[in-house]
Design a protein around this ligand. Structure first.
Ligand SMILES: Nc1ncnc2c1ncn2[C@@H]1O[C@H](COP(=O)(O)OP(=O)(O)OP(=O)(O)O)[C@@H](O)[C@H]1O
Ligand SMILES: [Mg+2]
Length: 297
């Protein structure tokens, strides 16, 4: 599968419920304990080629911890993660080489490097220049450097940062920093991209652009797993959605199924003692989610 992005504008939602491609990423029984706290408990997730999968759940549900298990940052206490038919290697750098890239909830850029340099860093896992080649700086090194630079520029344009190439990452507006992180992830030529709250801190226009960007990433042959709290964003973007609550998978399915599931609504508004006014609120939120999805399609 080619993961090379092209320049065609404006990917659109397919409208198809699920692309039905081959299984690309599979998590089985993933559990992560920190001492006495079980942050993730026996979670299964399957992501197919070309699919956009949403991961939702209230604060502290275990979403980021689950991402950390998927990407090799944490070794799960139990369970396994398989990418393209192979169990993931034990180190994040090796997982990236296998074709899984991510962004972080708390942006992790090199603040004193330019936007272009940040993306070039992501690209280095695909270059062959070893330490000796880098010191000698022979023709092979120079060719790879030029190609890396060109590819980084192309990716900055793809995410809409073509005009910010030489700006220091720390001077970019927040929304641009998030897009820069996505460009750096794409530079590793991933098969699947994991995005942890990509629209946090974005205004509505930037959020819309982020949505359009994720569709284009999918249109370029990559699968995407995205964590978000913005329900309008998730339910218009994703083919399937998995809702975690207190570390456990509560519901998984098409957006239309998940958004109308009373357990999901309850998890978000937290109503241990349902009285009449709570029920009215549930109905209101449920119908609002439906309306948002219909508007988004
Ligand atoms: N390294 C850690 N050590 C101990 N506890 C942790 C660690 N990382 C996360 N936790 C705990 O695990 C639980 C799940 O946290 P996590 O950050 O995965 O939630 P989340 O769903 O991403 O929440 P949010 O929506 O706020 O980002 C929380 O109770 C958190 O305090
Ligand atoms: Mg989180």
């Amino acid at each position: 599968m080619s993961t090379r992005v092209d320049e065609r504008p404006g990917g659109q939602p397919s409208g198809a419920p699920s692309p039905g491609g081959a299984v690309l990423l599979e998590a089985r029984g993933v559990t992560m304990r920190f001492g006495g706290l079980t942050a993730v408990n026996q979670v299964d997730m399957v992501v197919h080629e070309g699919e956009i999968m949403g991961l939702i759940g209230p604060n502290g549900a275990g979403k980021t911890t689950f991402f950390n298990c998927l990407t090799g940052l944490y070794k799960p206490t139990e369970g396994r993660v398989v990418l393209a038919g192979k169990e993931i290697p034990p180190r994040p750098g090796l997982v990236v080489k296998e074709g899984m890239a991510r962004t972080f909830q708390n942006i992790r850029l090199f603040g004193n490097m330019t936007a272009l340099e940040n993306v070039m860093v992501g690209r280095f896992c695909r270059t062959s220049a070893g330490p000796l080649t880098s010191i000698v700086r022979g023709p092979k090194y120079r060719r790879e450097e030029r190609e890396t630079r060109e590819r980084a520029q192309e990716l900055l344009e793809f995410v809409g940062l073509g005009g910010s190439t030489e700006l220091l990452a720390r001077n970019l507006p927040y929304g641009d920093q998030r897009r820069l992180e996505i460009a750096r992830a794409l530079a590793t030529d991933p098969k699947v991209v994991l995005l942890d709250e990509p629209t946090a801190g974005m205004n509505p226009r930037e959020t819309e652009q982020a949505q359009e960007l994720i569709f284009r990433i999918r249109d370029n042959g990559m699968a995407v797993v995205v964590i978000e709290h913005d329900m309008r964003f998730i339910f218009t973007l994703c083919d399937r959605v998995l809702c975690l609550v207190r570390g456990e998978a509560l519901v998984e399915g098409a957006p239309s199924v998940v958004q109308s599931d009373p357990r999901v609504i309850e998890a978000y508004i937290g109503s241990p003692d349902v009285d009449e006014s709570d029920e009215e609120l549930d109905a209101e939120i449920g119908s609002e989610l439906h309306t948002e999805r219909e508007e988004g399609r």
